[in-house]
Write a protein that binds this ligand. Structure first.
Ligand code: MN
Length: 294
């Protein structure tokens, strides 16, 4: 079994507001929207933040997406969602929303009602997953994944929630996460006890990214703190890390690269500039649907 090498540790990026509800750090920094991390595009991390009561919910109003999927994981508080395909949902702590924008959807993302009425802590991560050209114009799809439907593997100081893909090997009895995906990938929500070692297999050739959300880890002896991402080599199979003295909360991503051009512009991710121009025109013409005011 060959061990994956540590290739890069991305710097902690400067946070920015998404609407007035989410102060996010774009953890993939300069690698966002590049082939180096395919099939993943972007990861926004909103660490726990206390919000006072606000009357009107804080968040981000109607905006479109086309050509990829948004994956929202809620760690504290709740996120209320509404989209032009008719989905209305509240994502609670531990839940995951896997939204396929596909040919186009208009949605809004706000703090849950309890937070806006009484105040409270909100923390969430949003991952953007690319779609292969053959599926970029697939009809929008919405997967509300509830915490209770996410299998948990607990072993030797490590707790893994398998959101997508598999954990373990067929020989050991692989655990499969509930998310349906268009290309082979895995998303693991991982907690590692202080000083415990985490070892897992990710198929050779896949992009492998470890986002440190809280605490710290060491890979090949290099310390990696919170809000940083470790990029592992595509060569090798085994991913090996150790949690620091305070343990670690990690989002670990593995995925088969999509070997196609990436044309990204704001909320649209296509393969060519022409397709981006079409997306802008289609949205302007209302062809991604509309959302009535709240
Ligand atoms: Mn959005």
């Amino acid at each position: 079994m060959t061990v994956r090498r540590l290739e890069t540790v991305l710097d902690t990026p400067r946070p920015h507001w998404v609407g007035d509800g989410f102060l996010v750090s774009p953890l993939f920094g300069p690698l966002a929207f590049t082939p180096a991390i395919s099939p993943f595009l972007m990861l926004d991390w909103a660490p726990p933040t206390e919000f006072p009561p606000s009357g009107a919910p804080r968040g981000v109003g109607p905006h479109p997406h086309r050509g990829f999927e948004t994956v929202t994981i809620v760690y504290d508080g709740a996120v209320d969602h509404r989209d032009s395909a008719g989905h209305v949902d509240s994502i609670a702590v531990g839940d995951v929303q896997w939204m396929t924008a596909g040919s186009g959807v208009v949605h809004e993302e706000f703090h849950g009602r309890a937070v806006s009425e009484r105040g409270g802590v909100v923390s969430m991560a949003q991952l953007w997953v690319n779609l292969p050209a053959a599926h970029k114009m697939t009809p929008p799809r919405y997967q509300p994944i509830l915490s209770r439907d996410i299998p948990v593997v607990a072993v030797d100081g490590v707790r893994v929630r398998v959101i997508a893909g598999t954990w373990g090997t067929a020989a050991d009895g692989a655990i499969r996460g509930p998310a349906a995906t268009f290309t082979p990938l895995s998303v693991w929500d991982v907690a590692v006890d202080p000083g415990a070692e985490f070892v897992a297999d990710v198929p050779a050739g896949w992009s492998t990214l470890v986002a440190v959300l809280a605490g710290s880890i060491a890979i090949e002896g290099q310390e990696i703190g919170a809000s940083r991402v470790a990029v592992l080599s595509r060569a090798g199979a085994e991913l090996r890390l150790r949690a620091g003295a305070n343990g670690a909360r990690l989002l670990i991503l593995g995925g088969e690269p999509i070997d196609e051009p990436i044309a990204a512009y704001g909320p649209f991710v296509m393969n060519t500039r022409d397709e981006i121009r079409t997306a802008v025109a289609d949205h302007a013409a209302g062809r991604m649907g509309r959302l009535d005011p709240r």
